[in-house]
Design a protein around this ligand. Structure first.
Ligand SMILES: [Zn+2]
Ligand SMILES: [Zn+2]
Length: 228
């Protein structure tokens, strides 16, 4: 009976998604279909922000986050390493913690130096790291949501470029954009004051959160018509 622990690592969570959803993903979904689902549930999460319905936002962003993990599995990208390389306890753009992009009007991406000793172990401690780099007090939940949708668009562009040309340089942008998107999921949960690891451990306490089977046996129709 696979489940997600509250002190899960990002790698463990990605492996959990593989164990539960790989069969359905391989049979039903192309990368485009998966991308649509990442976007579909981000959009519903944003609707939750507009309606001031945090439960709706949480549920839909957790589903979207899980689709992102499915995409990472399909592309054989280990997201935990990519997030750490991109955000080694520093803003990936201004290379400081807390981020000083706005204050210092940083116009060019700065080189980041990685101090392995600072690397968080669990998903929860990664979320905590993002809280320190991008303190939620400096912006509203709506602002965090807009940033999430921007990064969603950039991730989609990276997929479009790679799927069009199949060039290695374009492939290499996918993990970078996935790490940025990951940081924005953290940002919204930090703005809501919620722990994404805790919520995942409740949602995935026993196999697929809908059919409760491992691997998931949800039908394509049930997935395509899922209400949330
Ligand atoms: Zn910054
Ligand atoms: Zn299922």
């Amino acid at each position: 009976m696979p489940f997600v622990r509250q002190n899960t690592t990002i790698n463990e969570y990605q492996n959990f998604v593989q164990e539960i959803y790989r069969l359905n993903n391989d049979r039903f979904f192309s990368p485009w279909d998966m991308l649509i689902n990442v976007e579909r549930f981000v959009a519903r999460g944003l609707k939750g922000i507009r309606k001031e319905d945090n439960d709706k936002t949480k549920l839909n962003l957790l589903i979207s986050f899980s689709w992102l993990m499915s995409m990472m599995n399909q592309f054989h990208i280990g997201l935990e390493n990519e997030v750490w390389k991109r955000f080694p306890f520093l803003c990936s753009y201004c290379a400081s913690c807390p981020c000083s992009c706005e204050k210092k009007k940083v116009k060019k991406r700065q080189k980041v130096f990685i101090d392995e000793k600072k690397r968080p172990k669990t998903l929860e401690s990664f979320q905590d790291m993002f809280r320190k780099i991008y303190p939620p007090e400096t912006r509203t939940l709506e602002h965090a949501g807009i940033h999430l949708s921007e990064e969603m668009g950039e991730f989609a562009e990276a997929i479009l470029a790679y799927r069009g040309g199949h060039e290695e340089d374009d492939f290499n942008n996918i993990p970078l954009e996935a790490a940025d998107l990951f940081s924005c999921f953290m940002g919204v949960f930090n703005s809501m004051g919620e722990s994404i690891a805790k919520e995942l451990s409740v949602m995935f306490s026993n196999n697929c959160h809908v059919c409760e089977n491992a691997p998931c046996t949800c039908s394509f129709k049930a997935i395509a018509e899922f209400k949330s």
